[in-house]
Ligand binder design. Structure first.
Ligand code: ADP
Length: 247
């Protein structure tokens, strides 16, 4: 697919009606051997007398309705590295191609679901744990879900991967140099962090642990959001999650 096609494709209305049954996520994916102690302490089930209830509609049936497979594209990188911009560009491109896609954006989620969390190490871990669980529900519905969170800790991203399942999880590292992010400073946060008005800012006085084996690396100082979206669509095609154009 060419960049121009992304920009010019007429919007194709979704052909299908989504029927979704959301299940509580607690019986699979948790308490596996590789989870860290810290995450285990926050993921313990508190409730007693709860039983997993199986629905009558399978993920496969939902995916057939949607003509796609659910996946979680996990964007990670410094603030200003382009995660949200690329995620929303990709969402738009996928919808234009007739696929259901949805962005879970870091700042937006912190206005609601995660409004009770700050930026301490534990809160950052809990922030990402919840997004992994929500992402898993979205994937179960068959939606191509895009998350845009700094998600600075490798172990937390690994937990999200294990929660969702390796075959449906795609880590995309927005590997944009710090000086470029700082130059862009779209929210004026680097300026505040340099002035000491924000403490514990990732990349300045809080660590960012780069992915070791991401599914894709994008340096947005070299690649436009449209070009990135094209590459990501190709990645989804190759993985068999969406059909190629013209198929
Ligand atoms: P993040 O979600 O990683 O914090 P944003 O997407 O909010 O980053 O901000 C990235 C900023 O960089 C935006 O103002 C965007 O317009 C700009 N930008 C410039 N070039 C690119 C590019 N190639 N890809 C993504 N963003 C870019």
């Amino acid at each position: 697919m060419h960049v121009k096609e992304l920009e010019c494709n007429a919007f194709q209305p979704l052909r299908t009606q989504l029927v979704v049954r959301i299940q509580l996520p607690y019986t699979r994916g948790l308490f596996r051997g590789s989870l860290t102690d810290r995450s285990q302490s926050v993921t313990k089930i508190k409730a007693t007398n709860i039983t997993w209830h199986e629905g009558h509609v399978s993920q496969e049936e939902r995916e057939k309705l949607l003509n796609q497979k659910g996946a979680l594209i996990w964007f990670t990188g410094l603030s200003g590295s382009g995660k949200s911009t690329i995620a929303y560009t990709l969402e738009h491109a996928l919808v234009q191609r007739g696929h259901l896609s949805y962005v879970l954006d870091g700042d937006n989620i912190r206005h609601g679901l995660n409004k009770n969390l700050g930026f301490s190490a534990d809160d950052r871990t809990e922030n990402i744990r919840r997004i992994g669980e929500v992402g898993k529900l979205y994937v179960d519905t068959g939606v191509i879900t895009l998350t845009a969170f700094i998600s600075p800790y490798r172990a937390d991203r690994q937990i999200a991967r294990e929660t969702v399942g390796d075959d449906r999880f795609f880590e995309v590292f927005c590997d944009t140099p710090l000086d470029v992010c700082e130059e862009r400073d779209p929210k004026g946060l680097y300026k505040k962090a340099r002035a000491g008005e924000i403490k514990g800012f990732t990349g300045i006085d809080d660590p960012y642990e780069a992915p070791e084996k991401p599914e894709m690396v994008i340096d947005t100082s070299k690649v436009s959001p449209q070009e990135a979206a094209v590459s990501l669509c190709e990645m989804l095609e190759k993985a068999g999650l969406i059909a190629g154009l013209g198929e």
